[in-house]
Design a protein around this ligand. Sequence first.
Ligand code: ADP
Ligand code: AMP
Length: 233
Amino acid sequence: MNIILLGAPGAGKGTQAKRLTSERDMVQLSTGDMLRQSAESGSQIGIDAKALMDKGELVSDAVVVDIISRRIDQPDCAKGFALDGFPRTLEQAAALDVMLDEKNKSLDAVVEMRVDDVEMVARIVGRFTCANCGEGYHDRFKTPAVEGVCDVCGVSDFQRRADDNANTVTTRLMAYYKKTSPLIGYYFAKGKLVTVDGMGTIDEVTKSISNVLDQVDGSAKSQSRGLLGSIFG
Ligand code: ADP
Ligand code: AMP
């Protein structure tokens, strides 16, 4: 199954992508993570991207489209993927359509996670992750069971993103409203959009998304049975 998780910064895309991919045998494709890795590796593209990311601005379409296209070609994406943070503009969405066509792949669903602005800001400013395994946490909404120790790997080394601060939040939210939110209409018109309430607890949101994906999966299977039935039945 190939899906997009669509939502403003802090909506919970990464959190849910990690859960989905462990439950459903798909891979998480986060352009934000890929760009941060590229910056850490010291590549010029990564360094240029970091300057924009630290200000809360979007990186150019050409750079992220190229990164995603190469990543989708890797064998592990054959089992299915959850795009997290891509596409973020109509141009990226159009490039994704072409790219998937060329690669003989298609999108099963676009899951929009709807969260209000006050909650988004609270989620962004309180976010931190384990520096060792990448598990995500929050100062108020998801603290480690033992203070200062990662629940997953037991390491006591946490980090915060350079762009997760009150100064960049407005720029990032405005980039979402101006450039990314038009994708809601784009995918609605293609019959791919499903919207879930992202305001519940992490478990509640996981359940809503799982229900939606079960329905999408079920209807895809019954359609293909119907097609086989009409050929062989
Ligand atoms: P995104 O990938 O959309 O930017 P994240 O998944 O990183 O967002 O979530 C942002 C922050 O909010 C993280 O600290 C995460 O632990 C927390 N979070 C995610 N989903 C929820 C939720 N449903 N309720 C409360 N906090 C959440
Ligand atoms: P994220 O980790 O998804 O919150 O992304 C962090 C930052 O990376 C964003 O604020 C952008 O600067 C950049 N970025 C990530 N994905 C994209 C994308 N698809 N298009 C443009 N910029 C992106």
